[in-house]
Design a protein around this ligand. Structure first.
Ligand code: GLC
Length: 657
């Protein structure tokens, strides 16, 4: 049961697709006060668990910290951070009382989940203008299913997007791209996608390509397609200010950029230098910007990633002026030791809260200050693309994922988890975010495998890939200046061929489970507690997940470990894909086990009585031979496979076997 309470005059975010009539009175749980903004307080029992918040830091159980919904470009996902790139205001309290809350509010919102007081959940925001949904159900899983219906069906990518992709910030020339494909194909490491980061563009101008490197881009896209590679270019939120650049000229003329209070176009610095932000909240501007994707689609492109759409800002002219003022005083004082303030003042140029108050959107003829609706920008950039795809390529699925998001965006695209590091702890963070994101509708997701920032090591990449084998988005991506991270760069390439090969052996199963989850408003990844709510041990497990209805995953995320401890809430088959192509299977009893897993083995567990399909390894999704399919797991389990053509938007008629 879902109840909706309306406070003040909420901004229409379009997160929700089902109409719920507002009810009067006050919600059955907690206490709400409105005298100083909005404040919800709930007294938690010692054993209550709190789930949700989608893309957020820390655990699956969110208890014990402060989380702030304020889409942020922060490349250091350390434990102390409160905000990441997304804003997903959905939580579930599971305990003596079990209920879900969705707070549809596009500005900054704080979730103090036992941070100030260990026994209190406090949710607050500055303006008491929001839709407050209370969702009741027997279990967290039931609550999620209702919530997912409320917010609409998740995005479905083309099937090739379940293949492996290589990315790196720094690929520039056509030769760079060709070499990566060569590296993979010559070493027979499977691959379907090659990502184009900002350097493919002409001076970082959206929807352009560097004319010197790609004089005939269409032919280049075709050349890659012949090698079964989909090129996936990045699109950034900021439009370069440059006379004669079509998008800039059009946007300026039509008034489609975000404005300052005085009506001038707001300016911010991103990769191209000074840019304007298209007003993604204005339907006309959104339509215009979305239409621009056609420039690349008409050249054969069938996938994109949207970036810097929190929106990220390196600086603004206003910020630079503030800094100059400070520096003038600083230099005049002739201080000997600069102290911390100097560095802080310089760092304050980027993503400064003041700057987010300096520009406006046009919504239904009214001017809306950006900071009030900040968390909707990335959502609407991706929505611009998603809506346009329907017109540009009717009936066809286009790959799309974004960095920033709000609930509702899951209908138009997936997300990747942003700029992580080559740290072991980030394998675990990657794992923990999966179920939380699924709760909020984001099914097509994954992290930069191997880590984006910092230098990778061979063992880290292998272990991370062994988790990536299961995430819908399986992409190796690294930052400029970091150590080479393509799989063929490391010794014993056969190990990488094998681990990524296992992904391809599992694609029929993974795709089938993804589609069932998407079409049924279900989760692909669940905490163990969702299926075993009565098992007090399962409630505490934070490093294993259920995948679909048959599988449990438990990756190794510790350096130099020869295996790991697992908890089995029921008897299961322990399966290892061995480097010689064989599949090891052993029945393990319910309870605790230490399982040995070598660096070049991929483990999974099959739930009691179930089995799953596997096929022979292929080098790209198109080459998967369905007639090599066999099942592993419990012999009498009857797996129902979902399959379709993988490209049409009308999920084509399911062929069940
Ligand atoms: C941002 C993105 C990252 C990308 C870089 C350059 O940091 O998150 O993935 O490589 O920008 O475009």
């Amino acid at each position: 049961m879902i109840q909706k309470y309306v406070f003040g005059h909420p901004f229409e975010t379009e997160a929700v697709v089902e109409k719920v009539s507002p009810c009067g009175g006050s919600p059955a749980y907690g206490e709400i006060t409105l005298n100083d903004g909005f404040r919800f307080t709930y007294k938690m029992e010692a054993d209550d668990i709190v789930y949700g918040l989608g893309e957020a830091n820390r655990g699956i159980n969110k208890r014990g910290y402060l989380y702030i919904s304020n889409c942020t470009d922060d490349p250091n996902h350390t434990e102390n951070k409160y905000s990441l790139y997304g804003a997903h205001n959905f939580v579930i309290v599971f305990g003596k009382e079990t209920f879900g809350l969705f707070l549809d509010y596009p500005g900054t919102m704080e979730f103090d989940i036992g941070y100030t007081r260990q026994d209190e959940l406090v949710i607050r925001c500055e303006n008491a203008d929001l839709d407050f949904y209370v969702i009741e159900g027997e279990t967290p899983y039931e609550i999620v299913k209702q919530f997912r219906k409320l917010i609409g069906t998740s995005y479905i990518p083309p099937k090739f997007a379940f293949g492996f992709g290589q990315s790196r910030w720094g690929y520039k020339t056509a030769e760079d791209f060709r070499n990566v494909v060569k590296g993979y194909r010559e070493n027979h490491i499977p691959m379907d996608m090659l990502y184009m980061d900002i350097d493919y563009m002409d001076h970082y101008k959206d929807f352009t390509v560097n004319p010197e490197e790609f004089p005939d881009f269409k032919a280049f896209v075709e050349e890659m397609k012949e090698q079964r590679i989909h090129l996936i270019p990045i699109i950034d939120a900021g439009v370069k200010i440059e006379d004669g650049y079509e998008i800039y000229e059009e946007g300026k003329e039509k008034g489609y950029f975000c404005k300052r209070e005085d009506g001038s176009d707001f300016v911010s610095e991103v990769w191209p230098g000074w840019t304007h932000f298209p007003d993604m909240l204005n339907p006309e501007a959104r339509d215009w910007f979305g239409g621009k994707y056609e420039t690349l689609i008409s050249q054969g492109i069938d996938g994109f990633w949207n970036d810097m759409n929190e929106p990220a800002m390196f600086s603004t002219p206003e910020g630079v002026a503030r800094l100059k003022e400070y520096l003038k005083d600083f230099l005049a004082e002739e201080k000997e030791a600069p102290g911390f303030r100097l560095g802080d003042e310089v760092r304050a140029l980027a993503n400064n809260a003041e700057d987010y108050k300096n520009f406006y959107h046009k919504v239904n003829g009214e001017s809306v200050r950006h900071d009030k609706v900040h968390n909707l920008f990335g959502f609407n950039m991706t929505r611009a693309a998603g809506e346009a795809f329907r017109k540009i390529a009717p009936g066809k699925r286009i790959l799309m994922f974004s960095r920033s998001s709000y609930i509702g965006m899951h209908r138009y695209g997936g997300i990747w988890m942003g700029d992580n590091h080559s740290w072991w702890s980030h394998i675990l963070l990657n794992l923990k975010m999966l179920p939380s994101l699924n709760m909020c509708g984001f099914l097509y997701t994954g992290a930069d495998l191997g880590g984006f920032n910092s230098n990778v090591t061979r063992d880290l990449l292998l272990r991370w890939l062994a988790l990536g084998v299961f995430t819908p988005l399986m992409r190796d991506h690294a930052a400029l200046g970091t150590r080479d991270q393509e799989c063929y760069r490391f010794e014993h390439v056969e190990d990488f061929r094998h681990v990524i090969g296992v992904r391809y052996r599992l694609i029929p199963y993974l795709y089938s489970e993804y589609m069932k989850a998407a079409l049924g408003n279900d989760m692909l990844f669940r905490p163990l507690s969702f299926d075993f709510p009565e098992d007090s041990m399962a409630l505490q497990v934070e490093d294993q997940l259920l995948l679909g209805n048959e599988v449990m995953i438990a990756p190794v995320y510790t350096q130099n470990a020869k295996g790991r401890y697992v908890y089995l809430p029921e008897e299961m088959k322990f399966v290892k894909f061995m480097p010689d192509g064989s599949i090891y299977q052993e029945t393990l009893e319910k309870g605790h086990h230490f399982v040995e897993i070598a660096l070049n083995e991929v483990p999974l567990f099959i739930r009691k009585g179930k089995n799953i399909p596997v096929v022979e390894q292929a080098e790209c999704v198109e080459d998967i031979q369905m007639d090599t399919m066999k099942t592993i797991g419990y012999e009498d389990g009857a797996y129902e496979l979902y399959d379709d053509d993988g490209v049409s938007t009308e999920a084509s008629l399911p062929q069940r076997s």
